[in-house]
Design a protein around this ligand. Structure first.
Ligand SMILES: [Zn+2]
Ligand SMILES: [Zn+2]
Ligand SMILES: [Zn+2]
Length: 89
């Protein structure tokens, strides 16, 4: 499975990243209210905290099936795909 995925698509070409990012739905974690080290869901704009806190961004990604998160502020950091388990884009 993993080998097939690598053959089918180069590491940097993540098919899960939408062509246009949504606007962040909040300025803090929508679950616990944290206002630092936030991640935005690239699919729907959900805002959640990172895994050194309550891990709400990760929980959202896995439960909603929205695999790609971007660090906030958007455009200043990284993009991570939970499907590839890699930095993408
Ligand atoms: Zn991906
Ligand atoms: Zn949180
Ligand atoms: Zn989402």
């Amino acid at each position: 499975m993993e080998i097939l995925r690598r053959l089918a698509s180069p590491r940097q070409a993540c098919s899960h990243v939408p062509s246009a990012l949504p606007a962040p739905a909040a300025d803090r974690c929508e679950e616990c209210g944290s206002d630092f080290n936030l991640r935005m869901c690239a699919t729907c704009g959900h805002v959640g905290c990172c895994e050194s806190q309550a891990g709400d961004a990760r929980r959202h990604a896995l439960t909603e099936g929205h695999p790609v998160i971007v660090s906030m502020p958007v455009g200043g950091g990284f993009t991570w795909c939970y499907e590839e388990r890699a930095y993408v884009g």
